[in-house]
Design a protein around this ligand. Structure first.
Ligand code: CA
Length: 228
């Protein structure tokens, strides 16, 4: 595979410089834009394999950049958000971003998120009939879930929640997104449903429910199914 092309949309020159230096060392090809409009234009000229997007841009709002890119681009979008942008981060994930790092961020952390996002994006194009991660196996056709070789019983909603998490493996899913996908559009505010179901699901599918390895909590944002 040729080196993935990364589009960085960020208005702060020191952060662009840091990203350029560390990502070139890691063998990525890089395009840079210092505004939302420039980023959208550059993406259409040379479609990137992954976008790193700062939410606080001088011209177009980061949410609008996501919306415009998602009209045609399926590549992962990782957002850079400031610590006081909690709600914006959640809106960005709901709007189609895949993951986020909070500023100030570590380059190692960002690169790990990038590798996961790129790997899952590639894998998503080959739909499999079964899923396996560690001791957990799911056969989609028979709807049988096995843990360490033994079948486990899930209620239909628990199964739907598990499959939704697995389908977006590695991606942060907001409370709102999960409620909408599993319970439907009228239940998006009912976070307590989700908490109870996740706790029950963990007791069934996690080898140790006190230290979840599969269903990871993203504090005050949502949940993520662990990457493989
Ligand atoms: Ca900024």
């Amino acid at each position: 595979m040729s080196q993935p092309l990364i589009l960085i949309i960020e208005d702060e020159p020191p952060i662009r410089k840091l990203l350029r230096a560390s990502l070139s060392d890691a063998d990525y090809r890089i395009n840079e834009a210092s505004s939302g409009a420039e980023g959208i234009k550059l993406a259409s000229v040379q479609p990137p394999d992954l976008v790193i997007l700062d939410l606080g841009l001088p011209d177009i709002d980061g949410q609008e950049v996501i919306r415009r890119l998602r009209e045609w681009l399926t590549s992962p979008i990782i957002i850079l958000s400031a610590r006081d942008q909690e709600q914006e981060k959640i809106d960005a994930l709901d709007g189609g971003a895949d993951d986020y790092v909070t500023k100030p961020f570590s380059v190692g952390e960002l690169q790990a998120r990038m590798r996961t996002a790129l790997r899952h994006h590639q894998r998503a194009s080959h739909e499999a009939a079964t899923f396996a991660l560690g001791e957990l196996k799911v056969d989609y056709e028979s709807r049988i879930v096995m843990l360490s070789g033994s079948p486990i019983h899930l209620t239909p909603l628990e199964y739907k929640l598990l499959i939704t998490l697995i389908k977006h493996q590695g991606k942060v899913l907001t409370h709102r997104f999960l409620l909408k996908e599993v319970w439907g559009p009228h239940h998006t505010q009912e976070n307590h449903y989700l908490r109870v179901f996740v706790a029950n699901l963990r007791r069934k599918v996690e080898p140790d429910a006190a230290r979840p390895r599969f269903i990871i909590t993203e504090q005050s944002v949502g949940y993520r199914f662990a990457g493989s």
